[in-house]
Design a protein around this ligand. Structure first.
Ligand code: 5GP
Length: 111
């Protein structure tokens, strides 16, 4: 079964895509928690951060670099990147993704 995000990437489920290349796709979160809330997702189905192997570590750099590019494209200067790893940390879609959050002041520590 393809993941929800694979179905979005493939266009089976509509989304507002803001970036895509051969490895990574970024689209707006359907339930934004900040004025700018974008998900940066690898095409490769990796369940969660702790399932990334050494063979795939370059993909993590690609995800972060893409997140920074997308944030700049969105006009964000200050923003936060979040990866929820596991249900107890708030992960609800088990296809690795980076949240870009911005457009409002972000408090610390997060909840
Ligand atoms: P997680 O909780 O796994 O870190 O983040 C999953 C994110 O996916 C949530 O912020 C949620 O709002 C978003 N999401 C869930 N379903 C959809 C969908 O169908 N379309 C889009 N664009 N985002 C979704």
């Amino acid at each position: 079964m393809p993941t929800l995000f694979t179905r979005i990437i493939n266009g089976e489920i509509p989304s507002q895509k803001v970036f895509e290349d051969d490895a990574v796709v970024a689209f707006r979160d359907v339930n934004p928690v900040a004025p700018k809330h974008i998900l940066v997702v690898p095409r490769q189905e990796i369940t969660r951060l702790d399932q990334v192997t050494d063979d795939d570590e370059a993909l993590l750099g690609r995800l972060l670099r893409t997140a920074a590019k997308v944030a700049a494209q969105e006009g964000l200067k200050d923003y936060r990147l979040v990866i929820n790893n596991g249900a107890g940390a708030g992960q609800s879609v088990f296809h690795l993704h980076v949240h870009i959050l911005g457009g409002r002041p972000l408090s610390w520590p997060p909840g």
